[in-house]
Write a protein that binds this ligand. Structure first.
Ligand code: SD4
Length: 320
């Protein structure tokens, strides 16, 4: 048995690329790193890697994490600038006993010393998004924190090892140095090969309050299916946040257990995920939250898949 699950439709090409190797006995670690690199390298995804949207000073700061669910090797980078593949740096850091989480200049110094590819991660397209957002904010007082698309993945290989990874440029127009849930163990991702793994996307400030990925794995350990664990974790956190603070940000999660069963849940309408297993070719589903807290998973149609890419790749107008 092998399997992979990832947040958002944008993970499809990466998962398609690495799953033949996973099927042939490749490791979950190589699958996770390979698939996330694919997403990082694609310039039209606005919240991950190259082409990711910048902070309020127009600098792209990237967060990524890598967790091995068998050894608990964990590595993460926060607010890393000017490197092509933060997930690879995070994975490299996971091999050490200490200094596993590095931020900013320290992360960049490590990446440089280990000859990771340096790259200007700010694209012309991201500059236009930045310019347009400033115009929107001027005009409509839009909240600068709208929109998200972090990639998070969980993989299971035929040897039974599980790995989780995340990569994100975080929130558009964030403060320099702001870090969300994605590089934090337990919040952005968690995995234990004897149970399963989970990863989250959405408003990091709120996801962290529920340590939501750990919570999902804990619920699976208690015996819940991945789907029930995702639904319960999302609805419990959402309810607690609403009770305590009056509102809850976007919360979307995916999970897979050690048997390759999977689940996904969200408190928003447009969340999508990609899953592939020994018995299911890479497939995109859209998640529709129901009023009773359960989710309906709808197979994404060809039209929807095409429209998704078209929307992300359409020419951008520079606002006056
Ligand atoms: C963050 N959770 O930095 C990330 C953003 C995100 O999908 O998920 N975008 O808060």
């Amino acid at each position: 048995m092998w399997g992979m699950i990832a947040t958002w439709r944008m993970a499809l090409e990466g998962i398609q690329k690495v799953t033949p190797n996973l099927e042939a006995g490749g490791t979950a670690g190589d699958a996770i790193e390979g698939a996330i690199k694919e997403v990082e390298d694609f310039p039209y995804f606005k919240s991950v890697g190259y082409g990711g949207l910048p902070n309020e000073e127009m600098e792209v700061e990237l967060d990524a994490a890598y967790l091995d669910g068998s050894t608990f090797d964990f590595g993460a980078v926060c607010a890393l600038k000017q490197f092509a593949n933060p997930i690879s740096v995070a994975r490299a850091l996971s091999a050490y006993k200490v200094n596993n989480v590095l931020v900013g200049e320290g992360a960049a110094a490590f990446a440089k010393a280990h000859h990771f590819e340096e790259k200007d991660m700010l694209t012309d397209r991201a500059k236009i998004h930045f310019h347009n957002r400033l115009k929107d904010i001027e005009r409509e007082q839009l909240t600068p924190y709208a929109g998200h698309d972090t990639v998070g993945m969980v993989g299971l290989d035929v040897a039974g090892d599980m790995v989780a990874g995340t990569s994100t440029s975080g929130l558009f127009m964030k403060k320099p140095g702001r870090v969300g849930d994605s590089p934090f163990i337990g919040s952005g991702l968690y995995v234990d090969s004897t149970i399963g793994g989970a990863t989250a996307t959405g408003l990091g400030e709120d996801l962290m309050k529920g340590v939501i990925s750990y919570e999902i794995v804990r619920l699976m350990k208690e015996g819940l299916s991945p789907q029930k664990a995702c639904e319960k974790a999302v609805s419990d956190l959402c309810e607690r946040l609403k009770r305590a603070r009056g509102e809850a940000g976007d919360i979307s999660v995916v999970a897979m257990n050690a048997k390759g069963d999977f689940g996904a849940a969200s408190n928003i309408e447009n969340f999508s995920f990609v899953v592939a297993t020994s018995t299911l070719a890479p497939t995109v589903f859209r998640v529709h939250p129901q009023s009773d807290g359960t989710m309906r998973h709808e197979l994404a149609t060809k039209e929807w898949l095409e429209a998704y890419l078209e929307e992300r790749m359409k020419p951008l107008e520079v606002k006056e």
